[in-house]
Write a protein that binds this ligand. Structure first.
Ligand SMILES: [Zn+2]
Length: 433
């Protein structure tokens, strides 16, 4: 199917031509061309559908590189508590009652919310992942999924979880027309002792897959790592061999200079989750230092239990603000750099090829923001508007793989009313115990 956007303004993320005012054509799942001014006659003549881009700002779809989608079921259930009390008394008891159907509906709610706020691709680590993958397939989104492995039980228990993570990756990697990718997801160094990590690393090499793991989210877990293994988490993971695979580290809040240099050397990427880190009072990651050292930093929401929404525009703005405040330097994390973190850099660390840039031959994953809003006047710098003035509710249209998932704020792949009803009803059941 060929279709065409005309009269649009495109923030491409392509360094060769960052802003294009004109047209963008799509053939199948890819961008067939884009250019200034009017589309050439041969492009217009084959377009079976046309989108009037007047008053719309087009961006590559946003990429959320860390989360636990089905935890939408626990939104607002427990806030403003100390981390261990929050986990032990609220989150974990509720999670123990979750069924595979709950995960399916919770993930659908997350997908609906992400599409509505301009996210087209996300990373997810949870359990009952077959049902999460089904939800992704239904939604039309792109995702990199892994079964979260907590290796604290008996050897038989953790071996079964690792085997399930491997089975899931084998079954789902490349599915949904290639929109679903798999990673292996050992939860964290403090929940996965070295034998668990070693087994995961071996499988990651065998399957050619990356590893997604939480690291150094809190100061307490770093101290525990030093007590248990004599070194801080980054060095520990390096010794065990995790970084022999492409690795995505969630949080990485508490790092020394030496650890930052090590991550840069090993090519490990970071998912920065500033809203979650602030809400749980975990701390503030050293993002400008990481970027200066050459570490790829991307953006994630974490679960809504610690966020409490999936609007990645909040992470974009907060990232651009927070590090200026902390360093006392308003030149760090300029708007354009943060937008790259939330698009093309995010897609790259999730292994999504040709995704995150509006460029000929790249995947047609894009969003359109309505520009006829008071907070986008006057039309000065569009990158500035997208980072500092926009919010998820400005998103009007969304496409993934060339297929439209939202048109004029109407979701085309998901029955939102049913999803809202299901999740409310399931939360009430979970609460009753
Ligand atoms: Zn997490």
């Amino acid at each position: 199917m060929n279709w065409l956007i005309e009269n649009g303004t495109f923030l491409t993320q392509d360094p060769e031509r960052p802003v294009v005012r004109g047209w963008l054509a799509v053939r199948g799942d890819r961008i067939a061309g884009l250019g200034e001014g009017e589309a050439p006659q041969d492009v217009r003549s084959v377009a079976r559908e046309r989108v009037d881009g007047k008053d719309l700002l087009f961006l590559p779809g946003l990429v959320n590189t860390h989360g636990h989608a089905a935890m939408t079921l626990l939104r607002g259930y427990a806030d403003d508590l100390k981390l261990q009390e929050w986990l032990n008394h609220y989150i974990w008891p509720m999670e123990a009652r979750l069924t595979d159907d709950d995960v399916y509906w919770g993930t659908l709610l997350a997908a609906a919310e992400m599409i509505r706020t301009g996210t087209t691709a996300f990373a997810d680590m949870y359990f009952f992942m077959d049902r999460a993958a089904e939800a992704v397939e239904t939604s039309g989104m792109r995702a990199s999924l892994c079964r979260g492995i907590i290796g604290l039980g008996s050897e038989a228990e953790w071996r079964e979880k690792v085997a399930d993570g491997i089975r899931f990756a084998r079954e789902w990697h490349g599915k949904a027309d290639g929109r679903i990718r798999a990673m292996l997801g050992p939860h964290a160094p403090y929940t996965c002792p070295p034998p668990v990590l070693e087994k995961v690393i071996e499988a990651a090499h065998e399957l050619g897959l990356p590893i997604h793991i939480h690291m150094s989210e809190t100061a307490a877990e770093v101290e525990q790592n030093v007590r248990d293994y004599g070194v801080r988490p980054a060095e520990h993971l390096d010794r065990v061999g995790v970084f022999t695979r492409p690795t995505l580290l969630a949080h990485a809040v508490h790092l020394t200079d030496g650890e930052i240099a090590l991550l840069a050397e090993r090519g490990a990427a970071v998912s920065h989750n500033p809203v979650s880190n602030l809400k749980l009072a975990s701390g503030i990651a050293r993002v400008p230092d990481m970027l200066r050292a050459g570490v790829t930093v991307t953006l994630g929401t974490d679960s809504v239990a610690s966020n409490n929404n999936l609007d990645l525009f909040e992470e974009i703005k907060l990232t651009a603000m927070l590090h200026k405040g902390v360093t006392g330097d308003p030149t760090v994390l300029p708007a354009g750099q943060v937008l790259r973190m939330a698009t093309v850099d995010g897609a790259r660390v999730l292994g999504m090829e040709d995704t995150g840039m509006l460029k000929e031959g790249w995947k047609a994953d894009l969003i359109a923001l309505r520009m006829d809003r008071t907070h986008f006047v006057p039309r000065t710098d569009f990158v500035s508007h997208a980072v500092y003035a926009a919010c998820g509710a400005d998103v009007e249209h969304v496409w993934v793989d060339g297929r439209q998932l939202m048109r004029g704020r109407e979701l085309l792949t998901l029955d939102e009313e049913r999803i809202r009803h299901e999740v409310q009803h399931r939360f009430e059941r979970l609460l009753r115990g």
